[in-house]
Design a protein around this ligand. Structure first.
Ligand SMILES: *Cc1c(COP(=O)(O)O)cnc(C)c1O
Length: 385
């Protein structure tokens, strides 16, 4: 296959190499390719890195969130509050659990759930809050935990893009909350597709393990080790949300690279911050003192009153062979939710940020001359209007 990334700087690119290739060879030759020892090892790697007790690997983050919601007892149109400024996967997971997604507006600096807006959305039907640590920045977890406690709600933290980001000095996943991660190539590390649920609660971990594998009380690997003499039983229905050992083998290698991935992304972000903070037309990402950013993406915002749209910038950057993207779009506006009659007026921040923001490339392996080219190209577009 030819290089898909030829002749342009992509928005992002996974950091994969011969180490992953070698790990794959071992799995294939071992003959055990479905969920097995490599998945268990990968779970251990992630749990010990983030400081959580138990990790349960899944085939995607969407399924991990679905499991977390189902285990929390979300059912029959129970309301689950989530940010308006996030991807459809979060709403999908709520819908899969038979819940009703209830959108809340975000904070204008962090682009994460505004706890005040969350509180306004709580009704007698509210069952859970699905917080999102958007594009690598931890949400206001303390305030959300306090609200969840006060109203007796479950709080789930979707850290899909934020593996390796810290909240108050501890990695996400290490705060005792049920936390989910994604291993899609657009996230911090990748297994092609994949997800993980991290929890300190043994009961939640056990339920997640059973639900991800058809509801069976015994795993394939256990049965194999006992040479088939144990019979699995079903006390619940379930899903096939298993990760394969092929994916997990890649994940184990990727976890070794994670500290370097975080370092490179932060170094690139620092360079962008330095240059772009001196340009009047745009605003750089805000990092509050309580957090460190994983910079799984780098989002710039055009200042109010500047006569340029993300569309203009993305188009002109594309002409220079640099791939940029629109910022996250408000979920309440998606045609799927038309029957809910949701109004833009209820989500002023989410609508405003969506209208003015755009992503520029950031990924491990992005070279210094490429960074400089991205910066000079964007400066030219912004300054020579
Ligand atoms: C990517 C993403 C997801 C979905 O992850 P998948 O692994 O693709 O299911 C969920 N939530 C957020 C915030 C994401 O960025």
């Amino acid at each position: 296959m030819s290089n898909l990334f030829e002749n342009q700087i992509p928005l992002m690119k996974p950091w994969l190499g011969l180490e992953e290739w070698e790990a794959l060879k071992d799995v294939v030759l071992s003959g055990w390719v479905s969920q097995g020892p490599r998945v268990a090892e990968f779970e251990e790697c992630v749990a010990s890195f983030v400081g959580g007790k138990y990790a349960v690997a899944t085939n995607s983050c969407t399924s991990a969130i679905h499991l977390a919601l189902r285990i929390s007892g979300v059912k029959e149109q129970d309301e689950v509050i989530l940010p308006d400024f996030t991807c459809m996967a979060d709403a999908n997971a709520i819908i899969m659990a038979n819940g009703l997604p209830v959108f809340a507006d975000i904070d204008k600096r962090t682009y994460n759930l505004d706890p005040k807006r969350v509180e306004e959305k709580i009704t007698l039907k509210t069952k859970a809050i699905l917080a999102v640590d958007q594009i690598g920045l931890p949400a206001y977890l303390n305030s959300l935990m306090e609200i969840a406690k006060r109203y007796n709600l479950v709080l789930i933290d979707d850290a899909a893009t934020s593996l390796g980001a810290k909240y108050e000095g501890k990695y996400l996943g290490g705060h005792g909350l049920t936390t989910t991660f994604s291993f899609h190539p657009r996230k911090m590390i990748t297994t092609g597709e994949g997800g993980m649920l991290v929890t300190d609660d043994l009961q939640i971990a056990e339920s997640a393990r059973i639900l991800r594998a058809t509801g069976a009380s015994v795993s394939d690997l256990e049965r194999h080790k006992k040479k088939g003499v144990i019979l699995q039983e079903y006390y619940t229905d379930g899903y096939n949300y298993r990760m394969t050992d092929i994916q997990a083998a890649i994940g184990i290698v990727q976890m070794k690279k994670l500290p370097e991935i975080i370092r490179q992304r932060n170094q690139q972000a620092e360079y962008y911050n330095k240059v772009f903070s001196e340009i009047d037309e745009i605003e750089i990402p805000f990092v509050p003192p309580y957090a460190t950013h994983s910079f799984s993406s780098y989002l710039l915002k055009i200042k109010k009153g500047i006569n340029l749209t993300p569309q203009d910038i993305i188009t002109r950057m594309a002409e220079k062979n640099i791939s940029c993207r629109f910022g996250i779009q408000p979920l309440h506006r998606e045609p799927y939710f038309n029957n809910r009659k949701l109004s833009d007026a209820d989500f002023p921040i989410s609508c405003d940020i969506a209208k003015r923001s755009f992503f520029i490339p950031i990924f491990p392996g992005l070279k210094e001359d490429e960074l400089k080219y991205i910066v000079s190209s964007l400066k030219e577009i912004l300054l020579k209007r």
